[in-house]
Design a protein around this ligand. Structure first.
Ligand code: AP5
Length: 215
């Protein structure tokens, strides 16, 4: 199945995508991760988007559509998880065209609903293993006391994202409501929308998503 995880910053898209990769052999396509990689490796495009991302604004449609286009080529039996893409109506139309060109179909859109208060709490408490990208949370999933990542087992650094502060989060949330939330109506009209309660525990949300994917 090819699915979209749709939700505001901190809704848990990355956390759920990683679980689907591990349990269903799916491939996660996170435009946020791709852009951060470009930024960290200092490519021309990475340098161009660094400031935009730190402020919490959206990168241009042209750049992110180009990133996704490259990843869709080739066979992938487990299916793709689009995480953080599409984020505008133009990106949604482009995804439809790209999928058609590759002879693939989009099977479901899963909207993860979380209220703003919880989003702020989650984002400001997040850290990530620099080695493997495992996501932690000061409150719900603290970094182990021995400093070793529970996923890769390495003693590593746990980093905080440049845009995980209250100021950038305000801009990110505004971008979500203005530019991304119209996609909820767009996919509802296409009879592809499924909404899950993203406020539950990680396991409860996993269960709801499994229900959408047919167990
Ligand atoms: P991106 O990297 O996509 O960030 P985002 O959408 O803001 O989402 P996050 O990664 O912050 O949150 P998440 O939903 O994955 O939550 P997570 O699982 O980590 O985008 C970053 C930037 O890149 C954008 O602002 C933009 O500039 C640019 N960009 C990216 N894509 C773009 C596009 N298509 N177009 C234009 N620009 C684009 O969880 C968050 C925290 O909560 C963690 O600490 C986690 O442990 C915890 N948590 C997760 N689930 C639960 C739960 N159920 N209960 C309790 N805690 C939980």
């Amino acid at each position: 199945m090819n699915i979209i995880l749709l939700g505001p910053p901190g809704a848990g898209k990355g956390t759920q995508a990683r679980h689907l990769v591990e349990t269903r052999n799916m491939v996660q396509l996170s435009t946020g991760d791709m852009l951060r990689e470009a930024k960290d490796s200092g490519t021309e495009m990475g340098n161009m988007v660094a400031g935009v991302m730190a402020r919490g604004e959206l990168v241009t449609d042209e750049i992110v559509i180009g990133l996704i286009r490259e990843k869709l080529k080739g066979d992938n039996k487990g299916g793709f998880i689009f995480d953080g893409f599409p984020r505008t109506l133009e990106q949604a139309d482009a995804l439809e065209r790209l999928m058609q060109d590759e002879g693939k179909t989009l099977d479901a859109v899963i909207e993860m609903r979380v209220d703003d208060e919880a989003l702020v709490e989650r984002i400001t408490a997040r850290s990530t293993c620099a080695g493997c990208g495992e996501v932690y949370n000061d409150k719900t999933k603290p970094v182990p006391a021995d400093g070793k990542c529970t996923n890769c087992g390495k003693k590593t650094e746990f980093t905080r994202r440049a845009d995980d502060n209250e100021e950038s989060l305000k801009t990110r949330l505004m971008a979500y409501y203005k530019q991304t939330s119209p996609l909820i109506g767009y996919y509802y009209a296409k009879k592809m929308l499924n909404s899950v309660n993203g406020l539950g525990t990680v396991e409860a949300v996993q269960g709801e998503i499994a229900g959408v994917l047919g167990g």
